[in-house]
Design a protein around this ligand. Structure first.
Ligand SMILES: [Mg+2]
Length: 391
């Protein structure tokens, strides 16, 4: 059993959406195919992944460091002989050989994307959906195939006013979602409050069904100004006010903002999350940690992060994966997280779930009959992925 080839390609997101800090017009994401010599249904098993959204493609790192380390390794060093499958922990270790500690995002996105593609192959070899393969190893009996999903939306876009924002939000409610999120910090506070109040009206003024995301774009002063203005609405959460590594500021914010805070999508390692919970002032009973699995070394690392969190009194119930895609859905379900993000139609082929996914009362039930992460049931992205493995 061996990995024959690992291929990658950079594909543009083709999006003009904007948050408080940047737009996505120049962004590309890396798509990866891990080709194995294992045969299922008459064909070699191929694992796929992409590097989520918000970080640029990282093909150079993969080609120069992580792919050759795997392909040049003794194939037996990559195998879990008990399960007769590839061993994601061993493959992670091989990709880390020769890497200097710290500076995690120098490698965590490239390694994480390949690692998630390995999991797609592992689950296909087991002929199980990926969340079952993840749960078998790290969370036996705790999988949540029926997952609560909320929409990360409400982006700023050219010529988008409140009526257009409400049209967007109504479309999510029509799809079956019940919890929504909008961006803040890209306009004046007073305009953002108008946007927020308009969306809250749609949700019967239930703050628990609306979150806001500042995408780290606020100054310290603005972060506190927003906190004061937002407090009375008792929102589901107030996400990433300022620099993601300014744990002291986060701790100060938690002192004055009692409703839930959320952060974590710009942390890339177990150690970073450990620093966050030790020094960021977050509260185990209601704050939310949002890691992006393919950007933070992959599923093995997320499982290790949960193990670490538990030693500090946290649980998987405080976690949701950033990303809104099949990869985040499967890791959330496999590790039994609180909820999962969704971006219906936001990033073209790089968003959303399988083409036939149905949201019922805010929940999505994963198809148990589709092995792997399930990109094969997502026609747009699968077209790109299958070309990568066919040529
Ligand atoms: Mg965010």
């Amino acid at each position: 059993m061996k990995i024959i080839d690992i291929r990658e390609i950079a594909v543009p997101l083709n999006s003009s959406l904007r948050n408080s800090v940047f737009d996505f017009s120049q962004m590309k994401t890396s798509v990866v195919a891990v080709i194995t010599d294992v045969i299922r249904e008459g064909k070699p098993v191929v694992g796929y992944a992409f590097n989520s959204t918000g970080r640029y493609a990282c093909g150079g790192q993969m080609r120069m460091r992580f792919i050759p380390r795997i392909l040049n390794s003794d194939p037996d060093n990559l195998i879990d002989f008990d399960r007769n499958n590839f061993d994601p922990e061993k493959i992670f270790s091989v990709m880390m050989e020769g890497e200097k500690p710290g500076g995690h995002s120098d490698r965590s996105v490239g390694i994480g994307t390949i690692e998630v593609a390995i999991w797609d192959a592992i689950a296909k070899i087991e002929e199980k959906p990926a969340f079952r393969s993840i749960s078998d190893r790290y969370n036996p009996g705790g999988a949540k195939p029926k997952m609560f999903v909320y929409v990360g939306g409400g982006w700023y876009a050219p010529n988008k006013g409140i009526p257009e924002l409400l049209d967007e939000m109504k479309s999510y409610l029509d799809m079956g979602y019940t919890q929504l999120k909008i961006k803040i910090g890209g306009e004046s506070i007073s305009n953002d409050v108008k946007r927020l109040e308009a969306v809250l009206k749609l949700l019967n003024n239930d703050g628990n069904n609306l979150a806001v995301d500042a995408n780290c774009g606020l100054t310290r002063e603005a972060a506190f100004d927003y906190a004061k203005v937002l407090s009375p609405y008792n929102l589901r959460w107030y996400e990433e006010a300022t620099d993601p590594l300014d744990f002291a500021l986060m701790s100060d914010l938690a002192e004055i903002y009692s409703p839930p805070l959320a952060t974590g999508e710009n942390l890339f390692s177990t150690q970073d999350v450990r620093n966050l919970i030790q020094y960021g002032g977050l509260r185990t009973d209601h704050d939310v940690i949002q890691i992006d699995p393919p950007q933070s070394y992959g599923f093995v690392s997320v499982a290790r992060t949960i193990k670490m969190l538990k030693t500090f009194g946290w649980s998987e119930n405080s976690l949701m994966p950033h990303g809104g895609n099949q990869m985040s859905l499967h890791v959330a379900a496999g590790l039994g997280m609180l909820l999962c993000e969704s971006y219906p139609d936001t990033f073209g082929i790089f968003s959303g779930f399988s083409d036939d996914a149905e949201i019922i009362d805010g929940h999505l039930t994963i198809n148990e009959n589709l092995p792997g992460i399930g990109f094969e049931a997502q026609s747009g992205i699968y077209e790109v992925m299958s070309k990568l493995s066919n040529n």
